[in-house]
Design a protein around this ligand. Structure first.
Ligand SMILES: [Zn+2]
Length: 411
């Protein structure tokens, strides 16, 4: 299945080094390249590896913070994450980065957009990358400019690092949210991303609390979060309009991948389409934390191409995109399976600014998975594929031409 919904029966993919060179029928490819080594996947669907466009792998060990759906106030949950991040030993986060990658690989995800706190960003301390990733430097600061913060050096050094690092990893910038980064700083980060052609990702429109804080400067962000982190003296924004309208007005949505968008209205989504904003949806996380689910129908009607992410184990009970896709099917029953799979592959690549992943095509990276079919030798139903696929059905995972999981275990 080179892309969701297109099939080649008895297909084969020819890989040279890290990339796909040719696709076609197995007989034709092995006839043309008789000396090529073969990896045979009996009764499997070979498809692009899944792309998890939003994650915080460093929080993998904080799964005890994940509440039962609807039992926690969103801002209280943020306070519990901040407390845990302060208290927990560094090893916990480092181990989480490695364990999270394994969980992604096992479930057939070959690429991730991952927010990293500054201490884990491009350091030699971080575990080796087995998965393709865009590491987004997460920035949280109420300062008005980069110069007042220590982050400019960090940003510049990571840009220098980029060319020397593991080719599986690219870097990006993640202003955490409109209420945790000042708008002047957000403007500078956008300019920096434009200048260096870096992907830019931000949580946006996640909660009613965020909308309220921008409208009138009140609510739990003002009364709980700001005092908790010592920001009580920063003046509340009180723009008289929600965060999304404010950023639209200030022209602060350029080249952005926007995570969540549960509060976005259809008129705002139309503007997003005009500005080429790329939505990244994490519906299970929204559900757990009592936040609104996005208006997916309005997004698709506006011509947007939403991607899919899981968020971290602090707000969902698995890092499997199959679970995320199943949740979408349950909550948006009219949504075609082909669109859901496109969200988890092709659209994920676009949201991360990666041109050569998300599909099987010549010159693309050889990032692919083999999924065991329940009814072999038939074109699979995509509805059933989403309904039934789980970790044990992922027979092989290849990232950049290297096998990271096979049916006999991870080599
Ligand atoms: Zn997140």
């Amino acid at each position: 299945m080179p892309r969701p919904g297109t099939f080649i029966a008895d297909g084969a993919v020819l890989v040279v080094n890290q990339r796909i060179v040719r696709l076609g029928q197995a007989g034709e490819i092995s006839g043309s390249f008789p000396n090529a080594a073969r990896i045979h996947q009996e009764d499997c669907l070979l498809m692009p590896g899944l792309i998890n466009a939003h994650c915080h792998l460093e929080l993998t060990a904080l799964s005890s913070l994940c509440p039962r759906p609807g039992t926690v106030d969103f801002i209280d949950w943020i306070l519990s994450v901040i407390t845990a991040k302060k208290k927990a030993p560094e090893k916990l986060f480092k181990d989480g980065l490695a364990a999270g990658q394994q969980l992604l690989l096992e479930s057939g995800t070959t690429c991730v957009g991952d927010y990293h706190s500054p201490q884990w960003f491009q350091t030699d301390d971080a575990p080796r990358n087995q998965i393709r990733a865009v590491h987004f430097l997460e920035i949280i600061s109420r300062e008005e400019s980069l110069e007042q913060d220590r982050q400019p050096e960090l940003l510049e050094s990571c840009l220098v690092h980029e060319s020397r690092q593991d080719s599986l990893v690219q870097v990006g910038i993640a202003p955490h949210s409109p209420y945790t980064v000042s708008l002047p700083l957000l403007g500078q980060l956008i300019t920096m991303a434009e200048k260096h052609r870096l992907p830019l990702s931000m949580h946006l429109g996640e909660s009613a609390a965020e909308s309220r804080f921008f409208r009138d400067g009140r609510g739990p962000i003002a009364t709980k979060l700001y005092p908790f982190v010592g920001w009580q003296d920063f003046p509340p924004p009180a723009y008289g309009k929600d965060s999304i309208d404010t950023l639209l007005q200030e022209n602060l949505l350029r080249c952005l991948s926007a995570v969540h968008l549960g509060t976005a209205r259809s008129d705002q989504l139309k503007e997003f389409a005009r500005l080429a904003v790329k939505p990244i949806l994490c519906p299970r996380s929204n559900h757990t934390l009592g936040n609104p689910l996005p208006d997916l129908e309005a997004m698709l009607n506006s011509g947007l191409a939403p991607a899919l992410g899981t968020d971290s184990l602090a707000s969902v009970d698995s890092l499997s995109l199959w679970d995320e896709m199943r949740f979408l099917r349950q909550n948006f029953p009219d949504l075609p399976a082909e669109i859901i799979l496109t969200m988890a592959t092709v659209n994920g690549a676009a949201a991360l600014g990666l041109q050569d992943v998300g599909q099987l095509a010549p010159e693309c990276q050889a990032d692919m998975i083999a999924v065991q079919l329940r009814a072999p030798r038939q074109i699979p139903s995509l509805d059933e594929l989403i309904e039934h696929t789980d970790i044990q059905d992922i027979r092989m995972v290849m990232v950049g031409g290297k096998i990271e999981k096979s049916a006999t275990g991870i080599p």
